[in-house]
Design a protein around this ligand. Structure first.
Ligand SMILES: [Zn+2]
Length: 512
């Protein structure tokens, strides 16, 4: 049975002023066509890796079409990127004439002119191949799913964990589902509901075991979704937390239920979850979980329980920040450069450090140049300790990572790691490749909201104290601090809604 595979992935923080262009995607991202999809992703822990292995295991005859992705450190996507992906996928799939289609679409893409790029892609595919071929989509938990998706996709299934530790499994589950639809007469149908709840990145982390204690609302929602998924006739239930860092009408939480042809059952499930999310919404308040920058740095210096991980919430490169936020850097400087290590993306500074060479004295302003909320540039003076070409394999996804040129500048007892390209330090390997062992340092700053927890907190574990820092920047989780223009209203936490208004404002059941 021939199954076309491919997709498109970008998590778009529309507050990031740097556009996502076709040139950037091709140069800095992944852009693979035909068999290159298999060559690049086979054997990786990514969703595409799971799709490929899952199709192999199911004995499906894969036809790789196209996949493109770019890191989340750029903003709104230019239309030609979206048209290119839609055309390549639609034409490629039509030419392949498959029996089924299995796609990975992140779900939080936002275009400059096209609000819901994934919907655009799905529509193009359906226009090319018609409505009868089963189509399964695997998406990221941080997805802003448009109501229209369910018109074009038969099953829409997403990650259940944050940090995402099930990316590969979901790819495999997608393969299993398309195989069942093709072979055993399962007729997937997906129903959605969108309660009026906006959650920015950093507030939805949860997972199994001890992670449950971190952010109760998401954990409870996902637990209930898992119970509902075990009911007869249900194929998948996913709570898409949403990506409130995108100012588009689709932004916000979505409940999804894929059943075996039972629309009423799907509607009942998503209605219950939407109601549950509404009743738990106060748990998404940022003031309950974040620590001010100065307090965080002071606690990190004083505590006996170290290493301390300072999670830089406003400067999360995995959520759209350009990675040059200086709030914590400035606080470390004010504290007299304690034992710490942190990354700053600054191409000019790192090239200057390279010019000076190892042992040279770097003096200059770094960071704070790429987006206005990220703090001002900070003047530092220190010794260039190490230079590195920045290429290594990220062990979390087994995928190549390129930091560009990297330099370690020692200021007092603080190591500042300058890089040409932004990164989100979700794994200790980011520090180890530049000669820094996180276990031996008092303070490790990560430009990550929650993905770092998988490795730094649960697997190794390194962080004896973890502090989520209320730093400024476009990924700060408090949506109330941002100006939204395109978002649907009313929506929590920007507007006051009664329970009745919330029910009336829940999109999907009446219209999907
Ligand atoms: Zn995500």
């Amino acid at each position: 049975m021939r199954v076309a595979i491919g997709g498109f992935s970008h998590e778009t923080n529309t507050f990031n002023p740097t556009p996502t262009t076709l040139e950037r995607v091709r140069r800095d991202g992944v852009y693979v066509v035909g068999d290159e999809v298999l060559t690049y992703y086979r054997g990786t822990g990514s969703t595409m890796g799971g799709i490929i292995d899952g199709c192999d295991r199911e004995g499906l005859d894969m036809v790789p079409i196209f996949f493109a992705t770019h890191g989340p450190s750029t903003g709104a996507i230019e239309s030609d990127v979206i048209h290119d992906a839609a055309n390549r996928l639609a034409r490629g799939i039509a030419d392949a004439a498959p029996a089924g289609i299995l796609l990975h679409l992140h779900g939080a893409a936002a275009g400059k002119e096209i609000d819901d790029p994934e919907l655009h892609i799905l529509r193009a595919i359906r226009q090319a191949v018609g409505s009868r071929i089963p189509l399964v989509v695997v998406f990221d938990l941080h997805a802003n799913i448009g109501l229209g998706w369910a018109e074009y996709a038969d099953a829409i299934i997403g990650y259940k964990t944050a940090p995402h530790i099930d990316t590969y499994e979901l790819g495999q589950q997608g393969a299993t589902l398309i195989a069942r639809a093709l072979r055993s007469g399962v007729r997937p149908v997906c129903r959605l509901a969108k309660p009026p709840i906006l959650v920015k990145s950093g507030l939805m982390s949860m997972s199994a075991g001890s992670q449950a204690l971190m952010k109760p609302p998401m954990y409870w929602l996902v637990q209930r979704a898992a119970e509902l998924a075990r009911e007869p006739g249900v194929l998948d239930v996913t709570v898409a937390a949403g990506f409130g860092d995108a100012d588009v009408p689709e932004s916000g939480m979505t409940m999804l239920a894929t059943t075996d042809g039972d629309r009423a059952l799907g509607d009942r499930i998503v209605a219950e979850l939407a109601q549950l999310a509404w009743s738990l919404r106060s748990g998404f308040r940022t003031d309950l979980v974040l620590t001010p920058v100065e307090t965080a740095v002071r606690r990190a210096i004083e505590t006996a329980e170290w290493p301390v991980i300072l999670a830089d919430q406003g400067n999360n490169s995995a959520g759209g920040s350009p990675g040059d936020g200086t709030a914590i850097l400035a606080a470390l400087k004010r504290a007299g450069w304690p034992d710490a290590a942190l990354f700053i993306c600054d191409g000019d500074a790192v090239r200057e450090a390279a010019r000076l060479g190892i042992g040279g004295t770097f003096a200059g302003e770094i960071g704070g140049k790429l987006e206005p909320l990220n703090g001002d540039p900070v003047s530092i003076e220190g010794t260039v300790r190490l230079l590195f070409d920045g290429s290594f394999i990220d062990p979390h996804f087994s995928l190549p990572t390129r930091l560009g040129l990297a330099a370690v500048i020692r200021c007092g007892a603080t190591d500042v790691i300058l890089t040409e390209r932004p990164s989100s330090q979700i794994h200790p390997q980011y520090f180890r490749v530049v000669g820094i062992e996180p276990k031996t340092r008092r303070i490790i700053v990560v430009q990550s909201a929650h993905l770092f927890r998988d490795q730094f907190q649960f697997r190794e574990p390194i962080g004896r104290t973890i502090i989520e820092v209320d730093s400024p920047g476009i990924t700060n989780p408090d949506a109330r601090a941002f100006m939204y223009h395109r978002l649907r209203r009313p929506i929590f936490p920007l507007d006051d809604l009664s329970d009745d208004e919330a029910r009336r404002s829940t999109l999907g059941l009446a219209t999907a």
